[in-house]
Design a protein around this ligand. Structure first.
Ligand code: FES
Length: 154
């Protein structure tokens, strides 16, 4: 599924920050909020608009783990597989994702509805096993609860 990148949205973001070079990080964050990741076309446009070399923009993007270069799903499901969550059955949850969505950790469904990632300790071990769905943490997750969450997002 080829995505068309509307570059006028980037121009709007850049002008919001007055085309300032120093605003590169917030510009990248806003652009990622719009597209869900940072496509090459967007990075090239940002470099052009704020007049910095493309290599600098790409360098910043690859330095920070918060930035994604490949298209991700509309819904991001993170399963914690840290020690406490592992002991409480996170591997069952990981299997459930594989059964329900047919993707492994780090992958996105073909329809770009879901991306699944494994993380290691969300800092809420008391309610393990824990997951994060679209930035919202939930604890004491069972296989059935996870199936319901997925079905509600489908
Ligand atoms: S190990 Fe999962 S929240 Fe700490």
């Amino acid at each position: 599924m080829e995505e068309v990148i509307d570059l006028s949205k980037i121009d709007e973001v850049v002008s919001e920050y007055g085309g300032e070079k120093g605003a590169l990080i917030p510009i990248l964050q806003k652009t990622q909020d719009i597209f869900g990741y940072l496509p090459n076309e967007a990075l090239d446009e940002i470099a052009k608009e704020i007049k910095v070399p493309k290599s600098s923009v790409y360098g910043v993007v690859s330095f920070y783990a918060q930035f994604y270069r490949t298209r991700r799903g509309k819904n991001i499901i993170k399963i914690c597989d840290g020690t406490a969550c592992h002991v409480k059955g996170s591997s069952k949850l990981i299997r459930t994702i594989k059964e329900e969505l047919r993707i492994s950790s780090g992958e996105t469904t073909d329809d770009y509805k879901f991306t699944f990632e494994t993380v290691y300790c969300l800092g809420c071990c008391a309610v393990s096993p824990a997951i994060v769905v679209n930035n919202e943490i939930s604890g004491k997750i069972t296989k059935n609860k996870l199936k319901n969450i997925i079905n509600n997002l489908k």
